[in-house]
Design a protein around this ligand. Structure first.
Ligand code: KG4
Ligand code: ZN
Length: 339
């Protein structure tokens, strides 16, 4: 089954063709980072206008690279939320129009479920139960993914951020230091030359359950830099990155142990971070867990992960009615605590 998938929830205009939810035939990502960089963050109106211009060419390019015509496709999918409403609407409207005109089923996909499914493009054989860490610019969630018994997995939320998302902390610290946007990649680059033990920044909510907090860490970095202007930026950002990775990795490890996980899976833009990837790999090899770490390109926003999740959703729920709307606050279909 070949799915054409579209992702426009934030500032990447992306299209992909994925076969059977696992085999990537093409993935096109048109980044708008240069348009938003001057403003230090995503400008929603600029993003939706750029999506309008880029979506047609991105879809054409994805189909051409995959060598498929509309007649070879089995479904058209798009991210329906969460995300910026103006941006989501462009991708959802385009996908519905393609689906309707080509007489194909439409599949609406949750963006975070897409991030989770990115790992399956890497390694389709995930052992359940798995501890899943989803870390993006808007979300930080620790999830238990387990087998419902009928072959379909279900998600159970263990914890999430009570303030800033991990990626948001990278973006805000980078903006304060004048390093540019998006913050994650520039901080990572700068941190390579720094000492991660130079400054002992706080580890938010360390040891207190599975929720996260990054707002205090961000404020600590800002205060520290104002009072210690002589300390090299590389040392500051390496120490900041170390604090984020410490908390993410420690809570993921604890969750995996307590739930008897067989695997750890990570996803979302922050999962592209070398330091986090190395730490998760180390934990998994020490604890005898399968590590599911998507390619870096599959961690940041892309449409291939939406195609992977769409294939699964189509199998479980069937096509999504064409009157479904884009939902900027769409939540993951989670099982309630204690269930
Ligand atoms: O998943 P994503 O592409 O978009 C959202 O769904 O939000 O994640 C973007 C976030 C941004 O905050 C960006 O700074 C962060 O992921 N990010 C990184 C890295 N690459 C992107 N954070 C740390 N290290 C990276 N290499
Ligand atoms: Zn994302």
């Amino acid at each position: 089954m070949k799915v054409l998938s579209i992702e426009t929830s934030c500032d990447e205009t992306a299209a992909a063709v994925v076969e059977d939810g696992r085999r990537l035939l093409s993935s096109v990502v048109s980044s708008q980072a240069c348009l938003h960089g001057a403003f230090g963050g995503v400008v929603p109106e600029v993003a939706s206008r750029a999506h309008l211009e880029l979506i047609g060419p991105a879809v054409q390019e994805a189909m051409a690279r995959a060598g498929v015509e509309p007649a070879n496709l089995d479904a058209v999918a798009a991210t329906i939320g969460p995300g910026l409403i103006g941006s989501l609407l462009v991708g959802v409207s385009a996908a519905k129009a393609y689906a309707w005109s080509w007489r194909l089923p439409f599949v609406g996909v949750n963006h975070m479920e897409g991030h989770l499914h990115a790992a399956f493009l890497q390694d389709p054989a995930l052992c359940l139960p798995a501890a899943v860490l989803l870390v993006s610019g808007g979300h930080t969630m620790l999830i238990c993914m387990r087998d419902k018994g009928d072959g379909a997995p279900e998600y159970f939320l263990l914890g999430q951020t009570i303030d800033d998302a991990a990626g948001e902390a990278f973006d805000k610290v980078a903006r304060f230091l004048g390093l540019g946007y998006p913050g994650g990649p520039v901080i990572e680059r700068e941190a390579f030359g720094g000492d991660p033990c130079a400054v002992a920044f706080p580890r938010g909510l360390a040891g207190a359950g599975y929720d996260f907090s990054f707002s205090g860490l961000k404020t600590s970095v800002i205060r520290y830099v104002r009072s210690h202007p002589e300390v090299p930026v590389a040392d500051v950002v390496a120490s900041f990155q170390e604090a984020v990775v410490d908390v993410l990795a420690a809570k993921t490890r604890k969750a995996a142990g307590e739930m008897g996980a067989k695997a750890v899976c990570i996803g979302g833009g922050v999962a592209a971070n070398f330091s986090l990837r190395a730490r998760i790999e180390k934990i998994c090899s020490e604890d005898g867990l399968q590590a599911l770490i998507p390619d870096r390109a599959m961690c940041t926003d892309n449409a291939a992960m939406i195609g992977a999740a769409a294939w699964y959703r189509l199998k479980v729920d069937g096509p999504t009615p064409l009157d479904v709307g884009a939902d900027p606050n769409l939540a993951l279909p989670l099982v309630q605590r204690g269930a």
